[in-house]
Design a protein around this ligand. Structure first.
Ligand code: LER
Ligand code: MN
Length: 272
C-alpha cells in the first residue's frame, strides 16, 4: 500500500524551501492528521533539535508516523558535504549524518541524503568525488543497517549537484560500488527536469526506490503543474512500490491549501 506524507521544516534560516509546513511541529502535525495523512517527514537543524519522547507522544496523539528525516541542514547551516575537498569537513558531514540516522532510527524512520552529497568542487577530479561519495554512503549505510533502518540517497537535478542527476545513474552508482545497504529517493520534481521518461525510469529502478518526493513540475503541490501523474502512479503501482509519497513541495499558495491539494491528489492517483 502506498502511503501519504507531508514535509515539515523546522529550520528558520531556509524559509524559502519546498516544504509544506513550517515553524510549528504540533500545529503542522494536527493539520496533517486532520486531512488524513499517514506520516510526516521532518527537516530539523540537528539530531537533537527535537526531544524523542515528546515527539513520540505527538505522533501517538495525532496517529502519524515519521516517514523519513532529512539531513540537508548539515549543508545549509554548516556547509558540510560528503564530497568536500577538505577531509575534516567530510568527517563532520559523516558525523552529522550518523547522528541524524540515529535520531530517525528512534522512530524506525530512514534518513535521506540529498544536498549533503555535495558537488565535484573545483580542483577535485570527478572520480575522486564519486569515490568519497561511495565511501560515505557505504559507511553510513552500515550504520543505518546496524540500527535496523534504511538509508536513502537522493539524486538531485543539475542545478543542485553535478554528481548524480537521474535515478538510473543512481542505481548504476550503487551497483558499481557494491553499496548494498542504501536505497534511492525518486524526487518527482528533480526527475521532471532530468529523466527522459519518468515512468520508464521508475520501472527501470524497481527494487531500489525506497521513498518518493511528491511535487509537480514547478515544485508546487501535485495538481498545480504539468507532470503526467497518471503515468507516474501507474509505474509506481506496477513496481509494487510500498513506501511513502511525501509532499516536498512549495507551500503554495500557503501551507494549509498546499496540504489539502496534496491529499486530494494523493487520493486521486493512489487510492484507485
Ligand atoms: C532538494 O532539492 C531536495 O530535493 C531535498 O529532498 C534534498 O535535500
Ligand atoms: Mn527531494
Amino acid at each position: 500500500m502506498i502511503k501519504s506524507c507531508a514535509t515539515i521544516a523546522l529550520v528558520p534560516s531556509i524559509k524559502s524551501g519546498p516544504w509544506i509546513y513550517w515553524d510549528h511541529l504540533e500545529q503542522s502535525m494536527a493539520h496533517a492528521s486532520s486531512l488524513g495523512f499517514d506520516a510526516v517527514e521532518l527537516f530539523t537543524a540537528s539530531a537533537d533539535a527535537l526531544e524523542v519522547e515528546a515527539t513520540q507522544l505527538l505522533l501517538e496523539k495525532y496517529q502519524l508516523q515519521i516517514a523519513a528525516v532529512g539531513t540537508g541542514a548539515g549543508k545549509v547551516i554548516h556547509g558540510w558535504t560528503l564530497t568536500d575537498s577538505d577531509e575534516t569537513v567530510r568527517k563532520k558531514a559523516i558525523e552529522f549524518i550518523e547522528k541524524m540516522i540515529s535520531f530517525g532510527a528512534a522512530f524506525q524512520a530512514p534518513a535521506i541524503i540529498g544536498s549533503m552529497q555535495g558537488n565535484v568542487m573545483s580542483g577535485v577530479n570527478r572520480e575522486q568525488a564519486l569515490g568519497w561519495l561511495a565511501e560515505g554512503l557505504r559507511h553510513l549505510g552500515k550504520h543505518a543497517a546496524s540500527l535496523g533502518v534504511q538509508l536513502i540517497y537522493e539524486p538531485l537535478n543539475r542545478y543542485e549537484t553535478n554528481l548524480i542527476n537521474t535515478i538510473e545513474e543512481g542505481v548504476l552508482f550503487l551497483k558499481t560500488n557494491q553499496i548494498k545497504q542504501v536505497g534511492l529517493l525518486a524526487d518527482l520534481f528533480h526527475m521532471n527536469i532530468e529523466e527522459v521518461d519518468m515512468a520508464a525510469s521508475i520501472r527501470a529502478c524497481a527494487g531500489f526506490i525506497m521513498h518518493v518526493h511528491f511535487a509537480d513540475s514547478n515544485r508546487r503541490p501535485v495538481g498545480n503543474g504539468h507532470t503526467h501523474f497518471i503515468e507516474v502512479a501507474k509505474a509506481l503501482k506496477e513496481i509494487n512500490y510500498q513506501g511513502y509519497v511525501s509532499a516536498e513541495a512549495f507551500p503554495w499558495p500557503n501551507s494549509t491549501e498546499a496540504a489539502a491539494q496534496t491529499i486530494l491528489s494523493f487520493k486521486k492517483y493512489f487510492k484507485i
